[in-house]
Design a protein around this ligand. Structure first.
Ligand code: COA
Length: 335
């Protein structure tokens, strides 16, 4: 394992979820489904929906809070990495849109697409700027307005997704034994046929036909994805534990991507981790794609449950397929 000369660590954390709640009971009125089925199969009770605005409008309040929490001005940010599959537009990047909205005048930035693994990919990329010594303050944002690409007549997918954003600030750590200590990342494009949005890109530019065929919505073969996700997330979590000599006893929190409670439980089982040590908010937000992991970190830290020096395993699986895990020692003072 390569040891960087400088460590990156999280020095601020925040999230934003829109107020409007879409409950399972609301969905019962829209498609042939029911609360009991959704809770039993996924663990979801409700999700949030952004009625007006775009993905940048989810990210902006989260970043504004980061600046306040850390007591810094917008001109102090060096890089902005926005992980999303629902950018405001193809171009300019959502990073550029946010840079202008918040006047991050000394920052450059870009969007990164890795679906539900986006935030982990973003953390790894963001850490490189810190570890190389070239940048001091890197914002990594996971933001998705999944309601923009969800077909609310398709019961297979519309029950799963919600809108939210989460963000962290990465800075160099004074403690070399803390911060983002290790990661294992994967992708396998052979999984592309099971979870995708076909339309709108250069392969299927928008036409009346692509709209009629619903190419601009999420398609998922749930059963196929479930089988691979359950193994992939557990494998990669176990792998990162083994290579860092971690056990279920010395891991304080599993911070899993929130796609399905059954996938998360299987992952915790493989890690020999009690479910009490798993950050879970899928019941209240559903799958918010790139936002799930920072949304957990932010809620747990603000609730005083995520404490300084705790050992965290972050783990995700998503479209691509993409997947990975990270070992993070938390360095923020208690909230
Ligand atoms: N309400 C009621 N019934 C539903 C339903 C809904 N919302 N959605 C599907 N069903 C039905 C199916 O039509 C099927 O009926 P049939 O047996 O008559 O054909 C039955 O319920 C079982 O469907 P199935 O797809 O086998 O359910 P499942 O247990 O696999 O759960 C998912 C479906 C989507 C919840 C699950 O497959 C899943 O979570 N997949 C992975 C999601 C994921 O991790 N994504 C990756 C990263 S984002």
């Amino acid at each position: 394992m390569r040891k960087p000369p400088i460590r990156a660590t999280v020095t601020a954390v925040s999230h934003y979820a829109p107020d409007k709640v879409l409950s399972n009971f609301d969905l019962e009125k829209m498609v042939d489904t029911n609360d009991e089925w959704i809770r039993a199969r996924t663990g979801i009770r409700e999700r949030r929906i952004l009625e007006n605005g775009a993905t940048s409008d989810l990210a902006v309040p989260a970043i504004r809070e980061i600046l306040e929490q850390r007591g810094i001005g917008p001109d102090e940010i060096d890089v902005l990495v926005v992980t999303t599959v629902t950018p405001d537009m193809f171009f300019p990047s959502t990073a550029c849109v946010i840079q202008e909205k918040l006047k991050l005048q000394n920052a450059w930035g870009f969007d990164l697409s890795a679906a539900c693994s986006g935030f982990l990919y973003g953390l790894v990329v963001g850490a490189q700027f810190i570890e190389s010594g070239t940048h001091k303050k890197v914002l990594v944002v996971g933001a998705d307005k999944m309601s923009a690409i969800t077909d609310y007549t398709d019961r297979n997918t519309c029950i799963l997704f919600g809108d939210a954003a989460g963000a962290v600030l990465l800075e160099p750590s004074e403690d070399y034994e803390a911060g983002l200590l290790d990661h294992v990342m994967y992708c396998d494009g052979s999984g592309g046929e099971f979870l995708y949005m076909k339309g709108g890109g250069s392969l299927n530019p928008p036409t009346h036909e692509t709209v009629d065929k619903k190419y601009h919505y999420i398609y998922q073969d749930g059963k196929a994805v479930f089988k691979v996700a359950v193994v992939g997330m557990a494998d990669v979590s176990e792998e990162i534990m083994k290579r860092n000599n971690l056990t279920g006893d010395n891991v304080d929190w599993l911070v899993p991507h929130q796609a399905n409670l059954r996938i998360i439980s299987a992952c915790a089982d493989r890690m020999n981790l009690a479910i009490e040590k798993v950050m879970l908010n899928i019941d209240r937000y559903g799958n918010t794609t790139a936002a799930t992991i920072p949304l957990c970190l932010s809620e747990w830290w603000k609730d005083g449950k995520l404490l300084k020096d705790q050992n965290l395993i972050l783990s995700a699986f998503g479209a691509g397929y993409t997947w990975g895990a990270m070992y993070l020692k938390w360095t923020m003072d208690n909230a």
